[in-house]
Design a protein around this ligand. Structure first.
Ligand code: ZN
Length: 466
């Protein structure tokens, strides 16, 4: 087994794991030297370590129960897209709720094998959260370099698992440089995904699992940040083919947010250099990068598989997230939802149709990315409870001052709605026993009841809380 440069093909010993090629500075990859003959047999229960025969050796196995995640047949989502065979690989079911637990298990096992006490990683979220947990399990110090923009739920995980957190830079690209320098200076174990190719090996187990659960799909859709994840999955399927376990391969589809499109641009515009996007922006923070260090890998996966790459807007990501939740009962993080947003586009343009089988990688849980939660609660409040309540509340407040008749009420509400609508509200308030009415000087006056006053007081209390 050796480490091989993805660009100049220089070879290095597989340990200690190098971050970059010493000749050209590009990323390295493990070459396992697969057996040419004889059948490989996976053994043990359906989990990450079942595939250890195709992973770099780990004498210690630090495990929290990673891998072995479900592949859901998404019937309702498929129907809404006019598809028949759509599957979601549910990586939210890992111990810290993202696919990065696979990489963390292998990194921390490797760090223990090499007798390191401290591990360093630049991460904008999921990997940092995973490593913090696995380091806790193994009793290692976990030093995380995080950029300013991190999903708050992931930060909470890092904190609770007791990692040391150092904020450095605006986005992930800045933090990676810092982690690279620190590992050298302190002789810490390097566990940054972009600088240690063990992550690729760990994540290829996703393909082995999908193969055992379904076989080889026609399309596999993966969110792209630095570009390593899509390559891991491609590598997994390629190995299964080399081992003659299967003879087909999926087409790999890579998705990036419109505001962070570096890899897609290279492919669409036929550029040769990895592009640097000067001010990348998206709410899908897990795939926010300026210059993807493993872009070479992603491009290789997409080209070799005859696949494709596309971008989706944050709005498309957000609606896909709601659709996955509403139709399949799964709460995916924005980066993961980008796969379904992309699928929708590919169906609309006729690139994928009902004959195709498709797997979308749901890489992490939506509970980790709380900006979406904020947007949702705001939406719920204004769309459902908020507006409706506010008119009824206004009526109650006016009536709590003095008894009022309909026309006067309408004027006091600044004539913002029809008088019919106001009478509708008044009827509903009466039915609930919050107000009553009486006739005086041939006008119908409305009057707040004790129950109505209680409701107003309760609302004031609630407002103090929020
Ligand atoms: Zn090289």
């Amino acid at each position: 087994m050796t480490l091989k440069c993805v660009k100049c093909e220089s070879k290095f010993p597989y340990l200690p794991s190098l971050g970059r090629c010493e000749n050209c500075g590009r990323t390295l990859e493990y070459d396992l030297g697969l057996p040419k003959k004889g059948k490989i047999k996976f053994s043990g229960r359906f989990s990450f370590w079942r595939y250890k025969i195709l992973l770099p050796p780990a004498r210690h196995q630090i495990s929290l129960g990673e891998g072995g995640t479900p592949l859901h047949k998404a019937l309702r989502l498929a129907k809404s897209l006019d598809l028949q065979k759509l599957y979601l690989k549910d990586e939210t079911r890992n111990p810290t709720n993202s696919y990065r637990d696979r990489a963390a298990a292998l990194y921390v096992s490797n760090a223990v094998d090499l007798k390191h006490n401290t591990l360093v990683c630049a991460s904008n979220g999921n990997l940092g959260a995973s490593l913090a947990a696995y380091c806790a399990k193994a009793g290692l110090n976990c030093h995380l370099i995080v950029p300013k923009l991190v999903d708050i739920g992931k930060l909470a995980q890092m904190l609770v698992y007791d990692a040391t957190i150092e904020e450095f830079g605006e986005i992930l690209d800045d933090s990676i440089g810092k982690a690279e320098a620190l590992a050298k200076e302190m002789n810490w174990y390097q566990a940054t995904a972009e600088l240690n190719p063990l992550a690729i090996e760990a994540q290829k187990t996703i393909s082995y699992e999908v193969y055992e659960q379904l076989g080889v799909p026609d399309y596999f859709i993966v969110p792209m940040g630095s570009g390593g994840t899509i390559y891991s999955i491609w590598k997994g399927f390629k190995e299964l083919k080399q081992l003659k376990i299967t003879n087909s391969l999926p087409k790999m589809v890579g998705v990036q947010p419109e505001g962070s499109p570096s890899i897609v641009k290279i492919l669409v515009e036929g550029r040769s250099q990895i592009l640097k996007i000067s001010k990348p922006s998206t709410h899908a923070l897990a795939i926010l990068v300026s210059q993807p260090l493993q872009g070479d890998f992603a491009i290789k996966a997409i080209k070799e598989s005859d696949g494709l790459a596309l971008t989706v807007s944050d709005q498309e990501i957000f609606s896909a997230e709601l659709q996955i939740a509403k139709l399949e009962g799964m709460f995916a993080e924005p980066a993961s939802s980008a796969t379904v947003a992309a699928l929708k586009k590919l169906v609309e343009t006729g690139k994928i149709d009902e004959r195709n089988s498709v797997v979308c990688l749901i890489s992490g849980s939506g509970l980790k990315a709380t900006d979406v939660l904020h947007a949702l609660t705001k939406k719920q409040k204004t769309a459902k409870v908020g507006l409706e309540l506010s008119t009824k509340e206004k009526i109650l407040r006016i009536l709590s001052e003095k008894d009022t008749y309909g026309y006067e009420l309408w004027k006091k509400l600044a004539k913002t709605m029809t008088r019919g609508a106001i009478y509708q509200h008044l009827n509903e308030l009466s039915e609930k026993g919050l107000i009553t009415s009486y006739v005086k000087n041939r006008k119908r006056f409305f009057k707040i009841m004790e129950r109505g006053r209680k409701v107003l007081r309760a609302m004031d209390d609630l407002k103090l809380l929020f």
